[in-house]
Design a protein. Structure first.
Length: 320
């Protein structure tokens, strides 16, 4: 690993943080300016009219760079921080107070900090392979951190939730995100839920690896929803994404009579969801919407497409 030049360390030490900006007031030679720009670009800083702009306050990041004194790698693990809007949406699926949460790709703490803020009594196990990011996480007050490759992480503990934005792919791992999801799923308790960001389009691919993953999903309660295009632009990528939610609970066949006679609460919930989603013609979208409601209320259920058609037909009379 290349060591950061002492002069660059001095410049970083004398820089000024202003909100999410890092100002370097010293007049730099073209050579030094290029080196500083390259260094800060590797950790997410973008040059914008006399300042470097970061996604969050860079105080901890700059302190970690100065302490580590090593040039960061050029994103070998496909790290793109999760924007706050996406994190907040993911956490809508998390309920409870004294919950145990696993975050397998912690990065600089975008998800972990949001969990800590929203669920003050939660315990959070972080995993992170990047030494610079680990330094930042510790500076932010996190202590339960596994430093290394998450695919080698082991524990006997079981968690209520896994919340993750895994690397989608990197050298030697073209389906890295699926490998991470399957490994993380093993650490859920019997009622646990996994919520993750995934690349859009995987469901239409027919490789054997994807087919096996689809078979795994079909054994469980799951739903996915497309995330607005451009949502990760601030993180440096325009890749299209979805949010995927998987419950540890096994798939349960059901029918309309069971819903009406034995689960009035679930029936009422379905009615409310359908009222809000009548503009959606896609039955699968309605199925996913109902499942998301189930995650929020702890009613783990998934309607089959055929049963949803029956429910829609029956409920149209009430909606008129």
């Amino acid at each position: 690993m290349e060591i950061i030049d002492d002069n660059l360390i001095r410049i970083l030490s004398e820089s000024k943080v202003r909100g999410n900006n890092l100002d370097i007031e010293e007049q730099l030679s073209p050579k030094v300016y290029k080196e500083i720009k390259d260094l800060l670009l590797r950790v997410g800083g973008k040059w914008n009219v006399k300042t470097h702009v970061f996604q969050e306050d860079p105080t901890y990041l700059i302190a970690a760079l100065i302490e580590n004194k090593q040039w960061p790698d050029k994103n070998p693990h496909a790290f793109f921080p999760t924007p706050k809007k996406i994190v907040d949406y993911m956490l809508e699926m998390v309920i409870g107070e004294e919950i145990d949460v696993l975050e397998p790709s912690a990065g600089c703490g975008a998800i972990a900090e949001a969990i800590r803020s929203k669920f003050s009594m939660a315990t959070i196990q972080l995993c992170e392979i990047n030494k610079l990011h680990v330094n930042i996480l510790r500076r932010k007050g996190f202590s339960d951190i596994y430093e290394g490759d998450f695919l080698k992480f082991k524990t006997d503990k079981k968690y209520n939730y896994v919340v993750m934005n895994p690397p989608f792919s990197y050298d030697g791992h073209p389906n890295a995100w699926i490998e991470h999801v399957l490994h993380a799923f093993e650490f859920l308790n019997s009622n646990g839920n996994l919520i993750c960001i995934a690349p859009n389009g995987w469901e239409t691919k027919e490789t054997q690896f994807i087919k096996d993953f689809k078979s795994f999903l079909n054994e469980h309660l799951y739903a996915y929803e497309k995330i607005d295009a451009g949502s990760f632009k601030e993180s440096g990528t325009g890749i299209a994404t979805v949010m995927l939610a998987i419950s540890k609970a096994k798939q349960q066949p059901t029918d309309l009579e069971l819903i009406i006679s034995n689960d009035q609460k679930l029936y009422n919930m379905a009615l409310q969801v359908i009222k809000r989603n009548m503009q959606e013609k896609d039955i699968k979208a309605l199925s996913d919407a109902i499942f998301r409601e189930g995650l929020k209320t702890n009613d783990y259920y998934r309607f089959s497409i055929d049963n949803l058609k029956t429910i829609l037909y029956d409920m149209e009379k009430e909606l008129q």
